[in-house]
Design a protein around this ligand. Structure first.
Ligand SMILES: Nc1nc2c(ncn2[C@@H]2O[C@H](COP(=O)(O)OP(=O)(O)OP(=O)(O)O)[C@@H](O)[C@H]2O)c(=O)[nH]1
Ligand SMILES: [Mg+2]
Length: 196
């Protein structure tokens, strides 16, 4: 898909601020620093449309990026950022759950987990939560450039087993090398063509 003019539209905290239109939404979820914002930028070949940082906890609100009025990428704040106060972590967790429960236009939820590590307790909770919402979802294992190519499949298989995800719903990705970029776009396009 060619996106001519991807635009940041709005950062929100509360339900009342969600866009009121019916554009489908593709959502990025995952723990802080896993590479959600980089994922959006790399799919669009943009350096800094979505704000990224080497310091985790960059994205604190729900950010809507408008893709030529075709759909939104929705970049969620990362969970499990230990430097955040307990109150702030709770606020972030609540706003993610409220969004996933209440937005009417979610076509696909993408859970990102770091390919190098076994999913955390928080990752497993988020996976279960996403499953419980009934939304379509995939898992993307980020930062695939950080491990040897020959090991990618076995790491992906292990993560699939821990998260209890079918093998056809999990994809390795690298925002650095764009590994699997075309495949991911195919999956996204397919999700956008499906109307429940
Ligand atoms: N090598 C490598 N580094 C990556 C990749 N994706 C992201 N990073 C790096 O990981 C760090 C965090 O990336 P972000 O995209 O800001 O992560 P995020 O999930 O949006 O983080 P929060 O906004 O804190 O939730 C940055 O330093 C990125 O450059 C990748 O595929 N490969
Ligand atoms: Mg981010």
């Amino acid at each position: 898909m060619l996106i001519k003019e991807p635009k940041f539209e709005i950062s929100v905290m509360n339900k009342s601020q969600y866009p009121k239109n019916k554009l489908p939404q593709i959502v990025l979820a995952g723990k802080s620093n896993v590479g959600k914002s980089s994922f959006v930028n790399s799919l669009l070949n943009r350096k800094s449309l979505a704000r990224t940082s080497s310091a985790p906890g960059k994205t604190r609100q729900i950010n809507f990026y408008n893709m030529d009025e075709k759909f939104y990428f929705v970049d969620l704040p990362g969970y499990g950022y230990s430097e955040m106060s307990k109150a702030e972590q709770k606020r972030v967790g609540d706003s993610i759950e409220t969004y996933l429960r209440n937005s009417k236009n979610i076509n696909l939820v993408i859970l990102l987990v770091d390919i190098r590590h076994n999913p955390t307790e928080n990752d497993r909770m988020m996976m279960d939560y996403i499953k419980s919402t009934g939304h379509r979802y995939i898992v993307v294992t980020s930062k695939a450039d950080k491990i040897a190519k020959t090991k990618v499949q076995s790491y992906v298989d292990k993560i699939a087993e821990i998260l209890e995800v079918d093998n056809d719903l999990i994809f390795a990705y690298s925002s650095e090398t764009k590994f699997n970029r075309d495949l991911i776009w195919e999956v996204l396009e397919e999700s956008l063509s499906i109307r429940d």
